[in-house]
Design a protein around this ligand. Structure first.
Ligand code: CA
Ligand code: CA
Length: 102
């Protein structure tokens, strides 16, 4: 059993043209674990911890209403210990998720 800690989400470039993005982080088997309103160049504390076995999928979604949400990427985190980053690039948006596995 490994422990996952999602530390922070940096929005390098928003997906929406106007003002803020509304990203949410979905973990496979856990559902939505974080959501926020973010601006270009800002870093936001996520501060979420859970246990997992083997690997766990992470999906970053940019919520649009009433339009369909934008899926910015699906990544897998393995149980190899360490502090790392995941880069999400899609639809002109760029996000960096910092996490630790122990
Ligand atoms: Ca959008
Ligand atoms: Ca949006």
């Amino acid at each position: 059993m490994a422990k996952l800690y999602l530390d922070s989400l940096t929005c390098v470039t928003t997906e929406d043209w106007t003002d803020t993005d509304e990203p949410k982080i979905v973990l496979e088997g856990k559902g939505t674990v974080w959501r926020g309103k973010v601006l270009d160049g800002q870093t936001y504390s996520v501060d979420y911890a859970c246990s997992f076995t083997g690997r766990i999928g992470v999906i970053l979604i940019e919520v649009d209403d009433p339009d369909p949400d934008d899926v910015l990427g699906y990544k897998r985190i393995t149980d190899t210990p360490g502090t790392r980053t995941l880069h999400f690039n899609a639809s002109g948006a760029e996000y960096v998720l910092t996490y630790a596995v122990e």
